[in-house]
Design a binder for this molecule. Structure first.
Ligand SMILES: Cc1cc2nc3c(=O)[nH]c(=O)nc-3n(C[C@H](O)[C@H](O)[C@H](O)COP(=O)(O)O)c2cc1C
Length: 507
């Protein structure tokens, strides 16, 4: 991995201290309700790429003062997400390269190879968790009658939602077979009462898969939910990592030190020792309850659906815990900002399968994954279609990308003006559309004809070459670079509208 340029944050507290020293966190002392008010403030600050917010006097949904402060907008900018991973934002592409290298471990074929791969091998060793016992004793432990989820300042983000929701939980599960790695995913949790809740995992998530395994054996599944941990662990939980790689170990790699894990007090699972709040319990194999409707990252209310009920057996917390929260809604929201970072980090991995891809952009406004614009260095007829079909199949997450727009590498995929120009000048609807139906689609996509099953559209907006066209193709207008240079030189003397200077050199 590229060397960290930031300290190894062991806890959320370490990261908060770093943000505060860098003037990236604001403390809000005004009492603010977790019901709607926090969302509205967060939404405005996030849209303006603002700082993280620590509400010191949050008011809970029941009207009582919260005993703990509420932190929101922690990962509201690309800069803070990169810091959470230990690097500056401009080092994210290099981190992505290192991650791509890691996900394809190859046997070294010779001593030279071993030496070249040594930094990675050493890094991989750092992933082995270290068991920590001492810290647990210093935590507040609530068990039995004392368990009370309503002590948490859980948000009600949007009007019409049925009750408080834990929005940033790290849900830790493992399969019933001994020795399988644990999974960590962020799945929202509806609080039903003092000791019961519903975890909403989409069917293809790691937690849902584990629950199916326990359910098939007729057994309750142990679960541990962490609210607030070191930033690398929280971000690793959101990464689409292969099932065989534990997010906790991967977080250790990002931090550059072995993860410190502590045993839970009432379930056979381990959690980050420095977690702010841990909720332990068992997920029923049979009992379900209706969840929602809640605001989704699509900008709509989701459906009411039944999910298994979790019985809470214990809660543990630091002496002065910080409660981490967020809202999900129409982009931009925090998950869409994290999506932008993932776009940068996973591009190198995708390019290993398709080296002709020069750039790829998931516009956040299209819910982070529903539209992708892909630039390729096109060499042969049909290449754009090959890349489309490949992308739709290479990662489960990419099967939810309903629209793929393929352009040449002279087009800036992040610039809709450029993309619209390419679509309108380089594609023809009778020849350049690829339409497929009956493919897997996001369950949250209510526009698809059936739940989980919908279509795909590919637009080949690349220049047509070889047998792709019998027509004489257009030649792109371009100004003589010598003239561009000369006008650049005399520009300031001309005294023409200075706002026009941004358009210098454009054809
Ligand atoms: C703030 C936030 C909330 C999320 N809420 C959910 C959710 O309610 N259900 C879900 O299935 N995924 C949700 N996700 C996405 C998953 O956490 C993410 O895709 C993760 O990689 C899943 O991990 P897994 O592949 O190990 O299951 C959320 C992500 C974030 C950042």
């Amino acid at each position: 991995m590229p060397s960290r340029t930031l300290p190894a944050f062991r806890s959320l507290g370490d990261f908060i201290a770093h943000l505060e020293a860098a003037d990236e966190l604001v403390r809000v002392s005004e009492p603010i309700s977790v019901v709607h008010e926090m969302t509205e403030i967060h939404r405005r600050v996030l849209r303006g790429n603002g700082r993280a917010l620590l509400f010191e006097h949050a008011v809970k949904a029941d009207g009582a003062r919260s005993e703990m402060p509420v932190l929101v907008n922690l990962f509201g900018t690309l800069k803070r997400i990169a810091w959470g991973l230990g690097v500056e934002a401009d080092a994210l592409p290099a981190l992505g390269e290192a991650m791509a290298e890691l996900s394809r471990p190859e046997m070294p074929d010779g001593l030279g190879e071993v030496l070249r791969k040594l930094p990675l091998a050493r890094a991989a060793l750092s992933m082995r968790p270290r068991q920590v016992n001492g810290d647990v004793d210093r935590r507040t432990v609530l068990s039995g009658e004392a368990v009370d989820l309503t002590r948490l300042p859980a948000q009600v983000s949007w009007p019409g939602e049925p009750g408080p929701l834990i929005t940033w939980p790290l849900v830790i599960t493992r399969g019933p077979e001994a020795g399988t790695p644990e999974n960590v995913g962020v799945y929202r949790i509806q609080i039903l009462g003092r000791d019961s809740a519903i975890i909403r995992w989409l069917p293809h998530r790691g937690g849902a898969g584990h629950h199916r395994m326990w359910r098939d054996r007729g057994m309750e599944m142990p679960v541990a939910v962490v609210i607030g941990a070191d930033p690398a662990t929280m971000l690793a939980a959101v990464f689409p990592l292969p099932e065989t790689l534990s997010e906790l170990r991967f977080a250790g790699l990002l931090r550059g030190e072995r993860p410190r894990l502590a045993s839970c007090v009432s379930v056979p699972l381990r959690v980050p020792a420095d977690a702010e709040i841990v909720i332990e319990g068992f997920v029923s194999p049979t009992q379900t309850a209706p969840e929602g409707p809640y605001g989704d990252h699509t900008g709509y209310y989701g459906d009411v659906e039944s999910f298994p009920v979790t019985r809470v057996t214990a809660m543990t917390m630091r002496k002065k815990p910080v409660y981490l929260s967020t809202f999900t809604g129409r982009p931009p929201d925090e998950p869409s900002r994290i999506g932008e970072a993932l776009n940068i980090l996973f591009l190198p991995l995708i390019r290993r399968s398709f080296p002709e891809i020069t750039d790829l952009w998931f516009p956040p406004e299209a819910c982070s994954y529903r539209i992708a614009v892909v630039a390729i260095d096109k060499r042969y007829p049909g290449q754009a279609r090959r890349v489309m079909l490949g992308l739709w199949s290479i990662l489960p997450q990419l099967s939810y990308t309903k629209f793929l727009i393929l352009v040449d590498h002279d087009i800036n995929v992040r610039d809709w003006e450029d993309v619209a120009w390419a679509v309108s000048t380089r594609s023809d609807p009778s020849r350049d559309l690829v339409v497929i139906d009956g493919t897997p689609i996001d369950n949250l996509d209510f526009a698809s004809p059936k739940l989980g099953l919908g279509g795909k559209l590919g637009i080949d907006a690349t220049n047509k070459i070889g047998s792709e066209t019998e027509r004489k193709w257009g030649r792109r207008l371009a100004m003589d670079p010598a003239i561009v240079g000369r006008i650049d030189e005399i520009w300031d003397r001309l005294g023409v509208d200075p706002r026009a200077s941004a358009a210098r050199g454009a054809a």
